[in-house]
Design a binder for this molecule. Sequence first.
Ligand code: NAX
Length: 325
Amino acid sequence: MKQPIRVAVTGAAGQLTYSLIFRLATGEVFGPDQPVELRLLEIPQAMGHLQGVVMELDDCALPLLTSIHAADNPEEAFDGVNWALLVGAKPRGKGMERKDLLMDNGRIFVGQGKALERAASDLRVLVVGNPANTNCLIALSHAQSIPPQRFAAMTRLDQNRAQAQLALKSGRPVREVSNMTIWGNHSATQYPDFTNAKIGGRPASEVIPDKTWLQGEFISIIQKRGAAIIEARGVSSAASAANAVINHVKSMINPTPSGDWFSAGVVSDGSYGVEKGLVSSFPLRSDGTNWQIVQGVPLDPFSRQKLDASVKELQEERDTIRELL
Ligand code: NAX
């Protein structure tokens, strides 16, 4: 038997994690012979609910799940973890300003960033809780001994949504849609880049010649998809978001298929003119251990302007929470 991999999940009694944690220990993510230890973090008020989730995990009798540890403080939850999936955050309340949400949730990631210093030396982090990019920036700035490249913010759900919409519009199977970049922030300013996406190996804009749709409705559907799900379902995306977490982790720990890439928010090295140090979404390739930003993806004036607008929002978010850095 291999050494177990230790995975922390925060917000473990929330609705997203209810679609996620069961899949983490089935072999689907880390491999069919890889035992998994789960470290589940919640706030004290949610520990009762979390206990119910733990009972259900027990009742799955998952052969690869070697232990479950529930905690209400991050130091305990992150002890020795190889992966930290930071999902827990406060939802935006009625009448709450975006600035209040940024500050309230930002404070969570100050404490969690510091506590991540207790993790294993090969730690990898995925921030899902919103505002994900800026929360990720806060967490990595407080985890001073951990290389910032180990942190990412999730834009994989946006990538999946964009691939699905291009498939639906073109009538082609979604597996044929590749090279889908989400640029910038996981927010309504994000830019799903149809100009470099491919369908069946051909430029998406050749397969879908309707430029008005691509430049207008397509982008708008992806930017507003989260709100549309809330409108229809009454609660935010959970199963699709959990699925995107699984996709993200797998993309990071497996070599990226030749010619393709995937999207995630990572700390900028200045590529594509994105201010160094911001956590922005880019096209990435992984060798199974480390990722790199794909270089040389052409940005036409339309794409440039969209990316710049999203980066401007990231700068504003960073300026709003500057005291937390
Ligand atoms: P829920 O409100 O159902 O669950 C959040 C859970 O986090 C709650 O159980 C709460 O008690 C817990 N929590 C709050 N503060 C915590 C802390 N300091 N430590 C540990 N746990 C804490 O929300 P859910 O629908 O599960 O969504 C979770 C987060 O994912 C939200 O911030 C949401 O905005 C974000 N999303 C991000 C997405 C992305 O693509 N990046 C997509 C899906 C999702 O909307």
